[in-house]
Design a protein around this ligand. Structure first.
Ligand code: ZN
Length: 114
């Protein structure tokens, strides 16, 4: 098995995420293209993907749970949140519970802010 992804594989992965998570921006309906995606984490269990819209600049973080093929997406406001998730994800392989924890954490923060 190859250790690193070449660009072609990365492009294929991003297309897979677009098809399976979100084809269009939630806010303005702009279709996503692979360059709008950044894969923050990718393990055998799950993937965390950052979607950014080139048109309206809205950002979403999505998780894709591979064994059950379920994805979840939420809007984020700042680059800081992306960083937080990235930091969290890079600490170790993230388990399902941990991903849910991040979600709940960001959700709580959102609720406080609004
Ligand atoms: Zn948009």
């Amino acid at each position: 098995m190859r250790k690193s992804l070449n660009n072609n594989n990365l492009e294929k992965k991003k297309k897979f995420f677009i098809e399976n998570i979100a084809r269009f921006c939630d806010k303005c309906g702009q279709p996503y293209s692979p360059k709008d995606l950044e894969i923050i984490q990718d393990t055998n269990m799950s993937s965390i993907i950052h979607f950014s819209c080139t048109n309206c600049k809205s950002n979403h973080i999505a998780t894709f749970i591979k064994p059950i093929g379920i994805s979840n997406r939420m809007p984020i406001n700042t680059d800081l949140e992306i960083e937080e998730i990235g930091k969290f994800a890079s600490m170790k392989e993230t388990s399902l519970e941990e991903i849910l924890e991040v979600y709940m954490y960001l959700k709580r923060r959102k609720e406080i802010k609004v």
